[in-house]
Design a protein around this ligand. Structure first.
Ligand SMILES: [Zn+2]
Length: 240
């Protein structure tokens, strides 16, 4: 490719996935992430916690578990083809949708300039984890209006960052999803990324059995969509 062609080549699109715990994204949207990476998108993860309470082992410490789970998440992201994972390291179970968390997400949006942001649906009515709700709401508020209005967090602008407008928000774990992404071609990669979370996934049964059960559940969930394997979202598009 000549320098001129390179300059004319369309810029790769970008996505930011904001979740509460290691493995959330693999369950909710890893097929979609793998698909975006295959299509040339640049994808980053940001996790509010390092999942430091996700164990029943009485001899485990929070510090050691956080290290294990961060390593598992990095491996899952490597399998999917992501750029990087940013860990905010809030204590597991204590995430709040406050000014500090929102500001950290706004800063990331202004640095990475994603076209699409994927997060938890913080407005889900059914049973859900506190951290999932908190991350969903903080991210929603970071996307609109905070990251696009320069008078929000003006210290970012003083640091040389520009405001940024996200075009699309995909909310996972929604009560009433309206957007289904076909992941048939990346389903095996999703499984491989899920299995990278060895401290969490397929611990009480042989891996083959776990994979077969998960495959069956995913197929059942997607039945009404007419798509063999799908990940489901509530989609919000944001205008200029
Ligand atoms: Zn979680």
């Amino acid at each position: 490719m000549t320098a001129e062609q390179a300059a004319d080549a369309p810029k790769p699109k970008r996505a930011l996935v904001v979740m509460a715990h290691p493995d959330d994204a693999e369950f909710l949207c890893a097929g979609t992430v793998a698909r975006l990476c295959r299509e040339g998108w640049l994808v980053w993860y940001c996790l509010a916690t390092s999942g430091d309470k996700g164990t029943k082992d009485p001899d485990m410490t929070r510090e050691r578990l956080a290290g294990i789970r961060e390593a598992e998440q990095r491996e899952a992201c490597r399998i999917l083809g992501c750029q990087d994972v940013i860990f905010l390291r809030y204590p597991d179970g204590w995430v709040e949708p406050n000014d500090e968390l929102r500001g950290q997400i706004v800063r990331l949006i202004r640095e990475l300039k994603p076209d699409t942001v994927i997060t938890w649906d913080g407005f889900r009515r059914g049973f859900n984890h506190n951290d999932h709700r908190a991350v969903g709401i903080a991210t929603y508020d970071a996307v609109y209006p905070a990251s696009r209005d320069p008078l929000y967090y003006p210290e970012h602008i003083a640091d040389g960052l520009d405001w940024h407008r996200v075009s699309e928000l995909l909310l996972a774990g929604a009560d009433e999803p309206d957007h289904f992404i076909d992941i048939a071609d990346t389903f095996d990669t999703k499984i491989e990324a899920l299995l990278a979370h060895t401290s969490q996934v397929a611990r009480d049964q042989p891996r083959d059995e776990w994979v077969a059960g998960f495959r069956r559940r995913m197929r059942e969930q997607a039945e009404h969509t007419g798509i063999g394997f799908a990940e489901a979202f509530r989609r919000v598009t944001l205008r200029a």
